[in-house]
Design a protein around this ligand. Structure first.
Ligand code: FES
Length: 145
C-alpha cells in the first residue's frame, strides 16, 4: 500500500503545525533551562525548590536569594549557617509593605523599619522580626512553602 501524496495545502498546514510545535517546545525548554541554571524551580503546586548549591547568592553565609511570590507571599531564602537556610516572608511586620535587600539588610521603604539578613528587627517602627515561611531541606534542595 502506498501513501497518497499530500496536496499542497495539507502539506503547508503540516509544516506550519510542526513549526508551531517546535517553537512551543523551544520556549518551554528555554524556560526550564533558565530555571535549572539558577537552581530555583517553581512546582505546579506553588512550592519552590531551591537547589542551594546552584544559587550563587547562597554561596556564603548571610547571602540571600529572592524567590518572588511563593503562594502569594513575597519570599526570600537566606543562608544562615554552613548548612542552614531560612525562608522569610518579606512583608514588613509593621504594615505589610514588602521590604527590599539593601547593603546586607532588609529595609522597608514605607516607614524605615530595618531587619537583619535573618529577619531580626533592628529598627522600628516594626516591633517584630520578619516571619518565617515553611521550608524543608532535603539532599541539598530547600523546598519552600
Ligand atoms: S510598613 Fe514597613 S515600616 Fe511601616
Amino acid at each position: 500500500m502506498t501513501a497518497a501524496p499530500l496536496d499542497a495545502s495539507r502539506r503547508a498546514f503540516l509544516v506550519g503545525a510542526c513549526g508551531l510545535l517546535a517553537a512551543g517546545l523551544g520556549s518551554a525548554l528555554l524556560a526550564d533551562d533558565a530555571q535549572a541554571a539558577s537552581g530555583i524551580k517553581r512546582r505546579a503546586n506553588g512550592q519552590v525548590d531551591v537547589t542551594v548549591a546552584k544559587v550563587p547568592a547562597l554561596a556564603k553565609v548571610g547571602g540571600a536569594a529572592l524567590l518572588g511570590n511563593v503562594k502569594g507571599v513575597p519570599t526570600a531564602v537566606v543562608r544562615t549557617g554552613q548548612s542552614t537556610y531560612q525562608a522569610l516572608n518579606l512583608r514588613c511586620t509593621h504594615q505589610g509593605v514588602p521590604v527590599t535587600l539593601q547593603n546586607g539588610q532588609w529595609s522597608c521603604p514605607a516607614h524605615g523599619s530595618a531587619f537583619a539578613i535573618d529577619g531580626a528587627v533592628t529598627n522600628g517602627p516594626a516591633q517584630t522580626s520578619l516571619a518565617s515561611v515553611k521550608s524543608v531541606l532535603n539532599k541539598g534542595v530547600l523546598t519552600v512553602a
